[in-house]
Design a binder for this molecule. Structure first.
Ligand SMILES: Cc1cc2nc3c(=O)[nH]c(=O)nc-3n(C[C@H](O)[C@H](O)[C@H](O)COP(=O)(O)OP(=O)(O)OC[C@H]3O[C@@H](n4cnc5c(N)ncnc54)[C@H](O)[C@@H]3O)c2cc1C
Length: 374
């Protein structure tokens, strides 16, 4: 067996690797196994379930588990998402979905979900999050789309969410409904996609992200048992998990910007004599990236910080990450010229992926509203 194959095997067998080794192992899987799949994932020909499970085996979905003192550290999870994002933005997004689902389960006080958290962390269970609509509702942008009524042993939930990613028939995702007859009271729960009263509708093709297992989800009087309730009183729970939800997204931007810098450097030899007249150079983005990385990693050490100033810093960082991703991908296109305009070149893929970083909830306009309202 060659060295790369042997190291891949040990990665999958050992999920108790220290954080730095986990991020290195993820980077190795990204370079060796994800890179050849990126074009198919981008086109929607492939949803990489096997790869996501293998990444779980390498520890990619469990490093942010709170420790015995109740503290959590997101740095390794963000570094891992960034390593994937350097190669494929869609996979970085799926990694965020999976890590976020794990984050929900790890922070639930429902004892029935202890085993669930382990299964998501190991990649045995895959899934994501349907919090875009709730996140928008908390900031007065739209109304909650799911309603639930109490019944014996659980709730009956109805309504529809337009887009939820990293899904399949045996997947789960975390989302929120409003309790009927008790406006303003919200419950966060896990939706089990194998339930026949929860249907997944394929979406129209997107600009990018078609391989991310994204569906419209309908709840037709779906029974949600108490064992799948993440938080009966969701408001304080959301306050606890929200910084993690947002900070983990920085990994998508960091990975993408790194590759955009690499793209600009790749054409330096042949086009540097004219590219030097462009206003933004790889060195500028390297400086921006370093600041973004160090700021992200500082905030990522303390995701339960309840201070208003901390939350504002997280929102501000997320806004900068989206802006920087779009700016770096735009610059990479200008540096590449016609060769980046070819469908076969990754520069145009990176541009399409960058817009997703800026529009996925919390989108640029929501972040600006949040900062304005604060
Ligand atoms: C590829 C992809 C994957 C996504 N994955 C997830 C996910 O996993 N989980 C999740 O919670 N959210 C997901 N979203 C939603 C995403 O996070 C944002 O909420 C979405 O991009 C819109 O955000 P916005 O703030 O710009 O809202 P806007 O686009 O300004 O407004 C959104 C609202 O506009 C309406 N709307 C938008 N498009 C249409 C349409 N074509 N027809 C009718 N009404 C429409 C809907 O009512 C929707 O709630 C995904 C979106 C995309 C494009």
């Amino acid at each position: 067996m060659n060295r790369v194959a042997a190291s891949r095997l040990s990665v999958v067998e050992d999920s108790d690797l220290p954080p730095a080794s986990i991020a290195d192992a993820v980077a190795s899987i990204a370079r060796n196994e994800l890179a050849p799949l990126a074009a198919d994932i981008d086109s929607g020909a492939l949803y990489p379930a096997d790869l996501l499970r293998r990444l779980g085996g390498a520890g990619a979905w469990g490093s942010h588990r709170p420790d015995s003192r109740g503290a959590a550290d997101l740095r390794c999870a963000i570094a891992s998402i960034a390593a994937l994002g350097e190669v494929c933005g869609a996979t970085a997004f799926m990694a965020w979905c999976q890590n976020t689902l794990a984050w929900y389960a790890m922070n639930s006080s429902n004892p029935a979900l202890a085993g669930f958290a382990d299964d998501v962390a190991s990649g045995k269970i895959l899934g994501g999050t349907g919090l875009s609509n709730p996140m928008k509702s908390f900031f007065g942008i739209e109304k909650l789309k799911l309603k639930g009524g109490r019944t014996e042993g659980g709730y009956i939930v109805r309504g529809a969410l337009p887009w939820v990613s990293n899904l399949g028939r045996d997947h789960f995702f975390g989302t929120i409904f409003e309790v009927e007859d008790r406006p303003g009271e919200i419950v966060m729960f896990l939706a089990d996609c194998s339930d026949p009263s929860i249907t997944l509708q394929p979406c129209k093709p997107f600009l990018a992200m078609d391989g991310t297992g994204t569906y419209g989800v309908q709840f037709r009087d779906a029974f949600v048992p108490d064992g799948l309730i993440l938080a009966e009183a969701a408001a304080p729970y959301v306050k606890k998990i929200r910084a993690g939800f947002v900070l983990l997204q920085a990994g998508m931007a960091i990975g993408l910007i790194r590759d955009c810098i690499a793209i600009m450097n790749e054409v330096e030899g042949s086009l540097g004599h004219v590219n030097r007249y462009l206003p933004q150079q790889p060195a500028d983005f390297q400086g921006l990236l370093s600041d973004l990385e160090s700021h992200t990693m500082t905030l990522a050490r303390d995701p339960y910080n309840a201070d208003d100033g901390y939350w504002r810093a997280v929102v501000d960082l997320r806004l900068q990450a989206g802006d920087a991703a779009v700016a770096a991908a735009h610059a990479a296109m200008l540096h590449c010229g016609a060769r980046g305009y070819l469908k076969s070149h990754r520069a145009q893929r990176r541009l399409r992926e960058a817009y997703f970083v800026a529009i996925v909830t919390p989108a640029t306009k929501q972040l600006r509203k949040m900062l304005h309202d604060v």
